[in-house]
Write a protein that binds this ligand. Structure first.
Ligand SMILES: *Cc1c(COP(=O)(O)O)cnc(C)c1O
Length: 402
């Protein structure tokens, strides 16, 4: 394997994220293939016993076992790190494997974690159920409130964990303030950047310490495989995360890594076009429903903050109808083009009722506090012609009396 055209990392790291997404960290085999090769192998062979001994001792570079390294996976990790502006990256089998690894690798009983309360349902399960069970205290706060972050710090606070925009309320967290506050207090900030990706927002540019991904979403972008990634400093990835990952094995399969490579080639195009389409459809939806939560619309209370830290507002927004669960479900049942699906980041437009799907596992009280009401719907806008999406929604709105 050799690096693309003999370019070294200091040259390739000058490229902008859109270039990195297509070319960053390319390794080519002796065949000089154009597209990234798929190395579907679990193990490796060696010329002699001394070579394998040297590799296990860390004296020689090279692959030994695919839970530790795989060329297709390593290529993806280098590419994501370069897109993100991170020193290093490791990938995992799913977004939840990435979040679990990013948190557990650095926490121990007696530590304290502060987390944004508006979060993906399983991320809330980590902070509400798993961590406390293992003796790690957690506090969930309104992550939009900078003072709440400051007030929640204790002597044993080790991690700030949040997503922005947050699922499904589209809360925006002030990256510069919250990551800066973490730095000042020796706390590690872990940002779940699934809704934006490096194409729309780079938390490390605002001093975040760790960026964690569900690559299943906008990054892969075509609804094919599950994947996750964690980016950070070389020290964090190699010394804190890697020992945990190597020995617990949440690894990404080479095949799925190869599919994510295919997604990254079009990430910049998709992220920007889907953001534009979401704004077009969002403006229509805004004219028909009492509440819309879309960081790209001037009606969003944090629109200015979103505009400051994002290059585009992403494909996802939520809206609320007055008629509760019945009207919300009636509306999505009346759609013909837009699919009922709880996935996001796909090139197809998808809609879901969070209270009965993605956030059904939470208590009603926690849902209410987060703002996930019965009349809320979350939509992912894809690459279809936005006028066809508007026509579909218009017909469904009329059917439920909106
Ligand atoms: C989907 C999602 C996850 C979990 O990712 P999986 O790949 O489904 O495991 C975590 N965080 C956010 C914000 C998500 O949207």
């Amino acid at each position: 394997m050799k690096k693309d055209a003999g370019l070294n990392r200091s040259v390739t790291s000058k490229w902008r994220p859109a270039t990195q997404a297509v070319r960053g960290g390319t390794w080519r085999s002796e065949h000089g293939e154009t597209s990234e090769a798929l190395f579907l192998t679990s193990g490796y062979t060696y010329d002699d016993a001394e070579t394998v001994a040297a590799r296990f001792a860390g004296d020689e570079q090279g692959m030994t076992y695919s839970r530790l390294q795989n060329p297709t996976v390593a290529m993806l990790e280098e590419r994501i790190a370069l897109m993100e502006g991170a020193e290093a990256c490791r990938t995992q089998a799913t977004g939840m494997a990435a979040m679990t690894t990013a948190l557990l690798c650095q926490l121990e009983s007696g530590d304290h974690v502060v987390a944004g309360r508006a979060a993906f349902g399983s991320c809330r399960w980590l902070t509400d159920s798993l961590l406390p069970k293992w003796g790690i205290e957690t506090t969930t706060i309104d992550a939009r409130d900078n003072d709440a972050w400051k007030a929640s710090i204790r002597p044993n606070t080790k991690v700030f964990f949040f997503e922005t925009p947050a699922n499904p309320t589209m809360d925006i967290v002030d990256l510069e303030y919250v990551c800066g506050l973490a730095r000042e207090n020796g706390i590690t900030s872990v940002v779940d950047n699934a809704f934006a990706t490096a194409a729309l927002q780079r938390p490390l540019d605002f001093d975040a310490d760790v960026v964690a991904y569900s690559a299943t979403k906008l990054m892969e972008g075509q609804g094919r495989v599950l994947a996750g990634a964690v980016c950070g400093t070389e020290e964090f990835i190699n010394e804190t995360l890697l020992p945990f990952q190597r020995n617990t094995g949440p690894n990404l399969s080479p095949f799925n890594a190869w599919v994510v490579h295919r997604g990254l080639e079009t990430l910049d195009l998709r992220a920007h076009r889907q953001s534009e389409n979401a704004l077009t459809v969002g403006k229509f939806v805004e004219s028909r429903v009492p509440t819309i939560l879309h960081p790209g619309l001037a009606s969003h209370p944090q629109h200015a903050l979103a505009a400051k830290q994002m290059k585009g507002f992403g494909p996802i927004f939520s809206f609320i109808v007055d008629g509760g669960r019945q009207q919300a479900m009636g509306l999505i049942n009346a759609l013909e083009l837009i699919d009922i699906s709880n996935n996001i980041g796909d090139t197809r437009s998808l809609i879901t009722h969070p209270a009965s799907t993605t956030h059904a596992g939470m208590s009603e009280e926690a849902r209410d506090e987060m703002g996930v009401v019965e009349g809320m719907l979350r939509i992912n806008i894809g690459l279809e012609d936005p006028q066809d999406l508007i026509d579909d929604l218009d017909k469904a709105f009329k059917k439920v009396g909106l």
